[in-house]
Design a binder for this molecule. Structure first.
Ligand code: NAD
Ligand code: UDP
Length: 323
């Protein structure tokens, strides 16, 4: 059956990959985006497709549509982007969730929400299972994003309990791949852009902090499995690659795989509230969704480097000065 599927944030990094998969699966796809952190080039190739439609819209405003499924991804995700206008970031998470949940309630659509590992803050339990309630500083520079996402989760579960809305909440851990904004300030995009431009790779702090990096294709498989899972599976479910690396190891890999002759620069301090470690416990995703990532970091980095080499970096509008 062809479904009418709304993807908010559909022109972004993850959203564009999701739209692509849904268009290929012959669904009737509506992409909604305000282009705050993305550009049309991400979805340009989808525009001629008869089952793809683009609406420029800000999800902090109500939206009247008739849909069967909603993937709610709209929100700036890179620290530099979400800290650029922190009040707007919280509004997008919270008012955006209310508007999209209202749409789901009116139409009876099933709604998926892109939450984040940031709900765990700087975790003191490692790796992080979904039962861990987190260690978030509610007044720090990351709070607009972390607390916005936590409040959105609350709204999803209250709409589910109070209004019987069918919800699907996933907590995404650091994901990378082609179409990441080269100037978004995230560590993978920064390191690859710097290496390709012959600049030193900027490690913040001493580089011993860890992250777990998931390749985008693996993550999108997880999104689709979650949306298709039985109604009783509401989440939250962690989606990420459990392979854990220090930021220094990542820098060394980018240099080795790109083959560029660049140095590592460790002059900058660790940003405030920057989590020291992060690794998903994906037992629940393995058990309930039969999902796990398959693409190793080296392979994913090689693909991402190849992609960034193939684009004109200067054609990307840097939405914030944080890079
Ligand atoms: P992205 O910045 O590339 O995409 C976000 C998209 O949302 C952009 O196209 C942006 O223009 C759009 N947007 C922002 N505010 C909007 C608004 N008010 N109305 C309409 N559109 C708006 O980021 P991404 O990495 O693709 O992240 C997508 C989602 O996944 C986000 O909700 C993010 O919090 C979540 N997430 C991503 C990661 C990751 O590692 N990529 C990790 C955890 C969670
Ligand atoms: N980081 C870094 N150099 C950079 C960009 C980021 O060392 O040029 C570090 C950052 O301080 C953090 C980690 O890399 O410890 C991941 O940062 P990112 O912004 O990608 O995502 P986060 O997981 O912090 O949201």
């Amino acid at each position: 059956m062809i479904k009418r599927v709304l993807v908010t944030g559909g022109a972004g990094f993850l959203g564009s990959h999701l739209c692509e998969r849904l268009v290929k699966a012959k669904q009737d796809v509506i992409c909604v985006d305000n282009f705050f952190t993305s550009q049309k080039s991400n979805i340009e190739h989808l525009l001629p497709e008869p089952n793809f439609e683009l609406i420029r819209h800000d999800i902090t405003e109500p939206l009247m549509l008739e849909v069967d499924e909603i993937f709610n991804l709209a929100c700036p995700a890179a620290p530099g982007h979400y800290q650029y206008n922190p009040i707007k970031t919280t509004k997008t998470s919270v008012m955006g969730a209310i508007n999209m949940l209202g749409l789901a309630k009116r139409t009876g659509a099933r709604i998926f929400h892109a939450s984040t590992s940031e709900v765990y803050g700087d975790p003191d339990i490692h790796p992080q299972p979904e039962t861990y309630r987190g260690n978030v500083n509610p007044i720090g520079p990351r709070a607009c994003y972390d607390e916005g996402k936590r409040a959105a989760e609350t709204l999803f579960f209250d709409y589910h309990r109070q209004n019987k809305v069918q919800i699907k909440v996933v907590r995404i851990f650091n994901t990378y791949g082609p179409r990441m904004h080269p100037f978004d300030g995230r560590v993978v995009s920064n390191f690859i852009r710097q290496a390709l431009c012959g600049e030193p790779l900027t490690i913040y702090g001493d580089g011993s902090q860890t992250r777990s990096f998931c390749y985008v294709d693996d993550l999108i498989n997880g999104f689709l499995s979650m949306m298709e899972s039985s109604e009783d599976i509401t989440g939250p479910i962690n989606l990420g690659n459990p392979g854990e690396f220090t930021i220094r190891q990542l820098a060394e890999k980018v240099i080795a795989i790109s083959g560029e002759d660049v140095q590592i620069n460790v002059a900058r301090e660790l940003p405030q509230d920057d989590p020291l470690q992060r690794q998903p416990d994906i037992t629940l995703a393995r058990t309930l969704l039969d999902w796990e990532p398959t693409i190793p970091l080296d392979t994913g980095l090689a693909r991402t480097i190849e992609w960034m080499r193939s684009v004109d970096i200067s054609s990307f509008r840097a939405p914030t000065p944080n890079y």
